[in-house]
Design a protein. Structure first.
Length: 310
């Protein structure tokens, strides 16, 4: 069945989260199955102003949310009206998913959908959201938080990451990786990763980890240690570990394991390869090690996962 995604936009709309969501949920050509129907809606259809200074034309009103499986609140520059709140509340009440990006957090917050729950918030909005909605456990360090029914992304730049995460949840790791590769989105960031690395008080900014991450993805089958990563980066293990903590929020070994498990999931979904062969391909050395790591991370076995998501 087609999953209906509707992005709710408003006056003076920031376009980056809208186009990012469209890039993930839109058409990807004949070689990638089209599981999503993506459209925009707004409270008053017609011409809509944007932060880019170029207006956009939005054909659909709030009625488009009536059959939405996912409603994306793609940032929000003004307070939501009662009509907007009612439409989003109805999506959630019938089991739809609410995804709020950056200032879009004000919509689910106003509906009480985040009370008593953790939410990712842009660091510039943290104080304002905390003052208006003290019942929310705000985290202005991580890029997104997903509770299943409601997800929040702190910054617009995390839109692709959160949307790919939604694809993974709905249609599997292989489909999400296929879309990510087509978009050349780079290594998918998990929600626990940092919104931004802290500025150093002294000395130069730490070098980007991107070249190392790309090398790791290209060499998943190799027996790579943290010492190997440090040597590849021309730095010490201690410095590399600090850079991972600052820029990604996770240790190097955990980041690599998460990538290996994602590759495992894709191979289980798309191939008939034995678990022993998959273990060697993703660098987990043996079927015993793969099964142990898989169960710890996903609380199921590779065989059960393959039966469910093949």
């Amino acid at each position: 069945m087609t999953h209906r995604v509707v992005a709710l936009v408003g006056p003076n709309q920031e376009l980056y989260p809208v186009t990012s969501a469209a890039a993930v949920f839109g058409y990807h050509g004949p070689d990638i199955p089209q599981h999503y129907d993506f459209r925009l809606c707004t409270e008053h259809p017609g011409t809509l102003t944007t932060t880019l200074g170029i207006p956009i034309q939005v054909e659909h009103g709030l009625g488009a949310l009536a059959d939405a499986d996912t409603a994306i609140i793609a940032s929000w520059s003004v307070g939501p009206t009662p009509a907007v709140l009612d439409a989003v509340r109805d999506v959630h009440a019938r089991g739809g998913r609410i995804v709020a990006v950056c200032s879009g957090i004000f919509v689910p917050a106003a509906l009480g959908l985040l009370d008593g729950r953790r939410a990712s918030v842009h660091w510039e909005l943290s104080a304002e959201v905390a003052a208006r909605f003290p019942g929310i456990h705000l985290d202005d360090t991580v890029i997104y938080v997903d509770h299943g029914d409601v997800a929040t992304a702190g910054a617009s730049a995390a839109t692709i990451d959160l949307c790919l995460h939604q694809v993974l949840r709905g249609f599997g790791a292989a489909h999400a990786m296929r879309i990510g590769r087509q978009l050349a989105a780079g290594p998918h960031r998990e929600g626990c990763q940092r919104q931004y690395p802290p500025l150093p008080t002294t000395g130069p900014m730490p070098a980007s980890l991107a070249p190392l991450l790309e090398w790791l993805l290209a060499n998943l089958s190799a027996p790579i240690t943290v010492e190997d990563m440090a040597a590849r980066s021309g730095t010490s293990v201690r410095t590399l570990t600090r850079q991972f903590a600052e820029q990604l929020g996770v240790p190097p070994a955990r980041w690599l394991l998460e990538r290996r498990l994602a590759a495992t999931r894709a191979l289980l979904e798309e191939s008939d390869l034995p678990v022993e062969t998959i273990a060697r391909r993703v660098g987990l050395s043996s079927a015993v090690n793969l099964r142990r790591r898989f169960r710890t991370a996903l609380h199921t076995t590779p065989a059960s996962y393959r039966r469910s998501f093949r």
